[in-house]
Design a protein around this ligand. Structure first.
Ligand SMILES: Nc1ncnc2c1ncn2[C@@H]1O[C@H](COP(=O)(O)OP(=O)(O)OP(=O)(O)O)[C@@H](O)[C@H]1O
Length: 281
C-alpha cells in the first residue's frame, strides 16, 4: 500500500533538554487509517504536533529525522502551509470556538481554502453528522462532548483535507458515542478518500477501524504491524487490550462456572470454592 505520509526516525526535544521522541517512524497509508496507540505521556500528541509543525509554540523542536508528505519533506514548513497542503489536525480536547455557533466553527475550517461557496461542504458535514445540522445555530460551548468532537471533525472536513490527524477522539466520551464517531471516521475514509492518523489510548476501538497500528512507549515505537497481526501479540493484548492467554483462560473458566451454576446442583460436578468463606467467583 502506498504511504501518503511518512514519519522517519524523528527525535523531538522540548526546551532543548527534554528528549521526548527517540526515533519514531510510521507510515499513514493512502486512503487508509493508521493508529498510534499508547498510554498517557508516551509521545502521541508530540508526534502529531511534529507533523503539523506546531512544536515551536511549545518550545519543542525536531532534532533528527524527516517527515515526508507525498514524498516531499515537511520540515521547516509554516503550519498554515501544511494545512493548505492538505494535512489537518484535530487537536486533543476538541478546541472549538466556544462562543461561536456550530456553523461558524465549521466555516472557520474552510478558511485555509480561500474559496467562495462553502454551502455544499456544510451540507456534506451535516449529512455525516445530522446532529450538527440540528444544532447549527447553537453556540459550540453548549454542545455535549460527543457533539463537540463531531464538530471538530466536521471543521477538519471543511478544509477538504487529504490527511486528518486525530488526537484522542474518544477522550471523555461514552462508549456508544465512541462507536458512532469511529464508524463515521471509517466511512469518511472510504467515501471522502481521506487518510487518517489516529492517536488513541482506546486501543479496542482504534483497532476496530484501522488497517495498521503502532504501539508507543516512552517516545519509541515498541510494536507495529497490520491490525490482525498486532492483536495477536502479547504486548498489545496485555498492555492495551487487557487480554492475555491467562485472561482468556480465566474468562473461559468463569463462563463454565456460570453455566454450571445456572444449570443448578444437578447440572454438573464442578463446584469450586474460591476463598475461605465459601464464596465463589
Ligand atoms: N511543551 C512541553 N514541554 C515539556 N515537556 C512536554 C511538553 N509537551 C509534552 N511534554 C512531555 O512530553 C511527553 C509526551 O507528551 P505527549 O503529550 O506527547 O504524550 P501523549 O502520548 O500524547 O500523552 P496524553 O495522551 O497524556 O496526551 C510527556 O512526558 C510530557 O510531559
Amino acid at each position: 500500500m502506498t504511504s501518503i505520509l511518512e514519519v522517519k526516525d524523528i527525535e523531538v526535544v522540548y526546551n532543548r533538554a527534554i528528549h521526548v521522541l527517540k526515533g519514531v517512524s510510521l507510515n499513514v497509508p493512502e486512503k487508509g487509517i493508521a493508529a498510534l496507540l499508547g498510554g498517557n505521556g508516551v509521545g502521541k500528541s508530540t508526534t502529531l504536533k511534529a507533523i503539523s509543525n506546531l512544536l515551536k509554540a511549545e518550545r519543542g523542536a525536531i532534532t533528527h529525522g524527516d517527515i515526508r508528505y507525498k514524498g516531499e519533506s515537511l520540515l521547516g514548513w509554516d503550519p498554515a502551509d501544511i494545512v493548505r497542503s492538505g494535512i489537518f489536525q484535530v487537536m486533543e480536547g476538541r478546541r472549538l470556538f466556544q462562543h461561536l455557533t456550530v456553523e461558524e466553527n465549521l466555516r472557520a475550517g474552510a478558511y485555509s481554502r480561500r474559496v467562495g461557496d462553502i454551502k455544499p461542504d456544510l451540507e456534506r458535514v451535516y449529512n455525516y453528522f445530522p446532529r450538527l445540522g440540528e444544532r447549527r445555530a447553537q453556540k459550540a460551548g453548549y454542545l455535549s462532548g460527543g457533539e463537540q468532537q463531531m464538530a471538530a471533525i466536521g471543521r477538519a472536513l471543511m478544509a477538504r483535507p487529504k490527511v486528518i490527524l486525530l488526537d484522542e477522539p474518544s477522550m471523555g466520551l461514552a462508549p456508544i458515542l465512541v462507536t458512532e464517531i469511529f464508524e463515521i471516521l471509517r466511512v469518511l475514509c472510504e467515501e471522502e478518500n481521506v487518510s487518517m492518523l489516529l492517536a488513541e489510548q482506546n486501543a479496542h476501538m482504534a483497532l476496530s477501524i484501522v488497517s495498521e497500528a503502532y504501539v508507543m512507549e516512552s517516545g519509541r515505537i515498541i510494536s507495529q504491524g497490520a491490525t490482525n497481526e498486532l492483536t495477536k501479540t502479547d504486548i498489545v493484548r496485555k498492555s492495551y487490550l487487557g487480554m492475555t492467554e491467562e485472561d482468556n483462560a480465566h474468562r473461559a473458566y468463569r463462563q463454565i462456572l456460570l453455566q454450571k451454576r445456572a444449570a443448578g446442583p444437578r447440572g454438573g460436578t464442578l463446584r469450586p470454592t474460591l476463598g475461605t468463606k465459601g464464596r465463589t467467583t
